[in-house]
Design a protein around this ligand. Structure first.
Ligand SMILES: Cc1cc2nc3c(=O)[nH]c(=O)nc-3n(C[C@H](O)[C@H](O)[C@H](O)COP(=O)(O)O)c2cc1C
Ligand code: SF4
Length: 553
């Protein structure tokens, strides 16, 4: 009796915690694992102290280190994303460490306050589809967009949260190869991906169906079409959606049977080489009016050489090229493919880009990069290599709750992001998580704006290969453009006209400022200087808005 009474109080407390966990909407983990889930938050909190004595440091975990995840989580929650004490990276001994080189004297000054610049649009430096005169050419409003991830690989609430987050942040949402579902219809502009199985645009026998594609893009806010050749985590292998993740709804959207793994073939049936691929691309663009591009990992070089050579005449061409690094993510892939097939982004992208630069046509293509580029330090290097837009997959997943449990393939994702299990997905609240996705996308843009300004330019697209050095320990620092074999430090930059356009569009971006110079300053002006001097502190120096951030081309 005594025992029963002694236990009653703790049991009631546990029950109360369980009820609170089940009814709250902030944390999917607590909803899905009431009471137990608190252990994760406790460990996260005391982790830094514990790790000093036992386990790994802030940079050991993979694919994303603890520091990197902390930055994404803090950004998504609009918490202070600053870190104290100084870097804990092994800058002196890490071979290949990239260092961004700031400029001491420049016309632009980065704003200091953590949140300044979040609302600033950071549009693409190029107009997508303009060089080939596509009817629906447009300037993407955001340099960061959500990468291809299908409904099926991700849960319905996760796709909805990302779609609504993109709509809030003005970013594009790539459908992935699994077609367009109801979860994709929450306001964001879409990039429709065509994979080898032609999900969403195929006939009853699984063949590509142009009329279905036209109906689809007419019915939904599709702004561009991406023909997927391969992805970094499993190039040359096609896709796989495990049977465990195939719900009735997914089977119906894709036109596939229930209870069986769903394979996408490794190669396309509609074309078999670069020549026929360009015909296919031109057909899609002519029939839909949309910009059409390709997504590929980088392996053997002939694809890029042939494509650049055939595009150089100007008769046919892709509007964008999305290069996916071998370190990229996937819902499911064999280890050998994830680990060892296709080049990492920093080696692969320059191969593709250089082929076009040598033909003098790199500025006719919008270059998209993916492969951990949702981290500003990686993105800065990518922009210096020639990237115009960044696509993010796993970083976007983290912004909506993914904790890197790496169970995306077995339908047991504890956060409800990458599963079709009804109990687990119920914990993911699209209202809260869409805000977080938008916060993260805006934070990334803010950091990129600040780093570009620290280098003395108004937009990350104006960062060149001479603004980054690659270190070999403490012995050697080589400019990025030389390290990757570019012939000229100007490779990677848009054309002169495109540079001028983007500078004009960025007029009004918030900058930092200082107090007016003192009377003894060397270049202090005469009387009246104070009136025209920039205001002190952070905040909009001129207009608070950027004009024309998404000008249709
Ligand atoms: C769960 C998941 C599903 C994915 N599905 C697709 C897909 O359908 N099509 C595709 O081209 N890439 C797909 N990818 C690859 C991503 O679009 C992206 O290229 C890659 O993960 C690199 O970006 P990241 O490093 O930001 O994750 C998927 C990635 C993940 C993690
Ligand atoms: S929490 Fe784990 S299983 Fe879920 S999406 Fe993230 S890595 Fe995949």
């Amino acid at each position: 009796m005594k025992w029963t009474r002694a236990l009653a109080l703790p049991a009631a407390a546990v029950a109360a915690v369980a009820v609170r966990d089940l009814t709250q909407k902030q944390h999917a983990i607590l909803h899905n694992f009431p009471v137990l889930g608190h252990a994760r938050y406790l460990l996260e909190k005391v982790g830094p102290e514990l790790r000093q004595y036992i386990v790994t440091d802030n940079n050991d975990e993979r694919p994303f280190s603890r520091d990197q995840r902390r930055w994404v989580y803090a950004s998504a929650k609009r918490q202070n994303p600053y870190f104290g004490f100084g870097t804990d990276n092994d800058v002196e001994r890490n071979e290949g460490y990239a260092v961004i080189k700031h400029r001491t004297f420049a016309d632009v000054q980065p704003a200091v306050h953590p949140n300044v610049g979040e609302e600033t649009p950071l549009p693409c430096a190029k107009v997508l589809g303009a060089p080939r005169g596509r009817r629906h050419a447009f300037r993407p409003a955001s340099t960061i967009n959500v990468s291809a991830m299908s409904y099926g690989a991700l849960s319905g609430p996760a796709v909805e949260a990302l779609n609504r987050g993109c709509a809030l942040a003005g970013a594009l949402h790539n459908t992935g190869e699994g077609g367009i579902s109801v979860h994709h219809r929450h306001g964001a502009d879409l990039v429709f991906q065509i994979g080898t199985a032609y999900f969403g645009c195929r006939d009853g026998r699984g063949r590509f169906d142009l009329e279905r594609l036209k109906d689809l893009v007419a019915a939904d806010p599709v702004r561009a079409i991406e023909v997927k050749l391969s992805q970094g985590a499993k190039p040359g292998l096609g896709g796989l959606l495990p049977a465990a993740k195939i719900s009735e709804e997914i089977a119906q959207i894709r036109g596939i049977p229930l209870g069986e793994d769903c394979h996408s073939p490794s190669r396309h049936a509609e074309f078999s080489d670069v020549d026929s691929m360009l015909d296919f691309v031109e057909l899609l663009a002519a029939e839909t009016g949309l910009p059409v591009g390709i997504k590929s990992a980088v392996g053997q070089d002939d694809l890029w050489q042939d494509l650049a050579r055939m595009m150089s005449s100007g008769d046919r061409g892709v509007d964008f090229i999305a290069v996916d690094g071998g370190e990229g993510g996937t819902g499911a892939a064999p280890l050998i493919f994830s680990d060892s097939v296709s080049l990492p982004f920093r080696l692969g992208f320059p191969q593709a880009y250089a082929a076009f630069a040598r033909e003098g046509i790199a500025d006719r293509v919008v270059w998209i990069g993916a492969g951990k580029l949702g981290l500003p330090e990686n993105a800065a290097v990518a922009f210096a290599l020639g990237v115009d837009l960044v696509n993010v997959a796993r970083e976007a997943m983290m912004s909506i709750g993914c904790i890197q449990a790496q169970r995306c393939h077995d339908d047991r994702c504890p956060t409800g992001v990458a599963t079709q299990n009804a109990w687990l997905t119920r914990g993911l609240d699209p209202d809260t998580k869409s805000e977080r996705a938008a916060n993260y996308l805006r934070s990334w843009r803010r950091e990129m704006l600040k780093v570009a300004e620290a280098c003395g330019v108004q937009h990350p697209g104006l960062m060149g290969g001479d603004m980054v050095d690659i270190l070999l320990g403490t012995r050697l620092a080589t400019p990025l453009w030389q390290t990757v074999g570019y012939d000229d430090p100007g490779w990677g930059l848009p054309s002169r006209q495109q540079q001028e356009d983007i500078r004009r569009l960025m007029v009004g971006a918030p900058e930092g400022g200082s107090a007016p110079p003192s009377a003894t300053a060397v270049d202090a002006p005469d009387e009246g200087r104070e009136e025209g001097a920039p205001s002190s502190g952070d905040g909009p120096a001129r207009d608070s808005r950027i004009e024309d951030s998404a000008t249709p081309g």
